[in-house]
Design a protein around this ligand. Structure first.
Ligand code: URA
Length: 244
């Protein structure tokens, strides 16, 4: 491997551990105060029904898992070994949303278990998080798009109710959209990562941060500094949401 690439991959956490250094630049990242304030308010009652009213009860996990397992709402079901619902703490404060399962995820039934998953785990570690501990990981689509292609808008639309139901069940304090398809699935609008990162968005009263997809970072190593900023920003946002 090219020594530069090896060094950078090491820094990204695919070699030695990726350690958190808080860059001073993060202090300048704008925060959309009204959204943060709204959500801090809502957060106090997040298990009491404020964020998701009782009248929109999201059903339960068993029903969701069965529905997703048997889903035939779009063409992705034809090539899947299995649908990949998600993994982690069902009462997590943090929800990370990726694009869709790849070949390894389809085989193992768990999101982010390949190379991008290793990087995601290292990104989580960099802000003191671990898969499954106060973290839930899901995808915009639950079935593997062949050849790792980006899911079509119609496929994302077909799968959106499942993601919405997951969010209703988890009620995270903060949602992190990993990449453009995830951000667009959640916000239902066109998103450009470069313009959308570094501030809080709003998903039905829950603050949402947009950052690069780990697979993109593996291909575009020069954007790792921005990913660092985003990690620091989300960590700081969570602290604020918890009132600290
Ligand atoms: N990329 C994703 O977006 N999700 C996965 O589960 C794996 C890779």
């Amino acid at each position: 491997m090219n020594p530069d690439r090896e060094r950078i991959l090491g820094q990204l956490g695919l070699g030695p551990t990726w350690r958190l250094r808080t860059p001073p630049a993060i202090e300048h990242v704008p925060v959309a105060a009204p959204v943060a304030a709204t959500v801090v308010e809502a957060d106090r009652d997040r298990h009491g029904g404020l964020a998701i009213p009782e009248s929109e009860s999201p059903g339960d996990w068993d029903q969701l898992a069965t529905t997703v397992r048997d889903c035939r709402a779009c063409g992705l079901c034809a090539a899947r070994k299995q649908a990949v619902l998600g993994v982690g703490d069902r009462h997590a404060d943090w929800l990370f949303v990726g694009e869709g399962p790849g070949a390894e995820e389809d085989q193992r039934g768990e999101p982010f278990v390949g190379q991008a998953g290793k990087l995601l785990d290292n990104m989580l570690a960099a802000i003191g998080l671990r898969r499954g501990e106060d973290v839930y990981i899901a995808n915009a689509v639950k079935c593997r798009p062949l050849e790792n292609r980006t899911p079509e808008p119609a496929e994302i639309d077909a799968c959106r109710p499942y993601l919405e139901q997951q969010i209703g069940l988890i009620r995270p304090r903060l949602i992190v959209a990993l990449g453009r398809p995830a951000a667009q699935a959640l916000l239902k609008t066109e998103v450009k990562i470069a313009a959308a990162r570094g501030r809080l968005h709003d998903y039905q009263g829950i603050p949402l941060v947009i950052t690069y997809h780990p697979a993109y970072l593996l291909r575009n190593l020069m954007d790792k500094a921005k990913a660092w900023e985003d990690l620091c920003f989300m960590r700081r946002s969570m602290r604020q949401l918890k009132g600290g």
